[in-house]
Write a protein that binds this ligand. Sequence first.
Ligand code: ZN
Length: 369
Amino acid sequence: MKYFAILLLLTVSGLTQAQTTRKTENIFIITLDGFRWQELFSGADSALIQNKTYTHDSLEMRSLFWMDSPEERRKKLMPFFWKTLASEGQLYGNRNFNNNVNCSNTMWFSYPGYSEILCGFADDERISSNNKIDNPNITVLEFLNKNQRYKGKVAAFASWDVIPYVVNEKRSGVFVNGGYELATGKNLSEREIFLNELQPKIPGHWGSVRQDAFTHYYALEYLKKHQPKVMYISYGETDDFAHDGRYDQYLKSAYRTDQFIQELWQWAQSQPAYKNKTTFLITTDHGRGTVPIETWKNHGDEVPGADQIWFAVIGPDTPPLGEQKVAGQLYQNQVAKTAAAFLGVEYTNETKVGEAIGTASRVKLPVVK
Ligand SMILES: [Zn+2]
């Protein structure tokens, strides 16, 4: 049946010669918790970087991240985004051009945001807290893990210890390492053994969120060993430093995460299993406030603007359109279907999911069920 379908597809594509073939075989979904579009598109905020309460050493922060123009500032803060992603990929959500990306859930905090990203729809009835409750909804990770092509090839690494519940690790069978979990399994690499020694000995900043460097390097080791085709990496520090009122640390964390994503990208481009066949989709679970000034620390439905997010994509099927400067509206619920579509899979769920972002791919996505 499958072969017949492929034959048919080949015949059809043979007839329509101009059709481009899809190159993506692997998908990485990457999130930075509560990282604002304001910093992504304009870099460090002049009011916050000079505020002694939020920025302990303004001189240091200015030397690291300040430039007069927003275009230069954002390059200092997120060099990989603004050198590589902006020239080879696409960035959505700069509201200065009325290019909007929003949550469709009305909660504007983490669990509802991650659930919307991964499931493709908001569920305000059932997903209304950050409690450790197994997600009653199926995520695109679970959906793909049921597909023979991807079974056992789906993994998630997260700094926040609630992500295993969002993914519903138990039911989904997706491999998840979240919070302060160590690397487990046979044949641990030397690096995993060292990370396992180090993680419990580093003073944890927060009870439920580990430092992103651990999440990142555990994920990288897993990639090397298991070569998953669908990888979700959830960085968490940006949100926690913001809640702590540490704008300086929030910026430094954003910079480090940019470097982590660059490392993942460069690593992928050095591996035969991933090179020129891997697409990265990068986004955030929610925004934060701007006015009055102290609302930058927070989010939730009482903070105006906390539903404003952004979305970025890079990969072999993505036209290099860079920063989107035309008016438009995307929603968080479109990420899941877009991710699956890059793999040629039509993602559906019991609830209607957001449409795939058509401009993200140059391929008229041939859907293989
Ligand atoms: Zn938060």
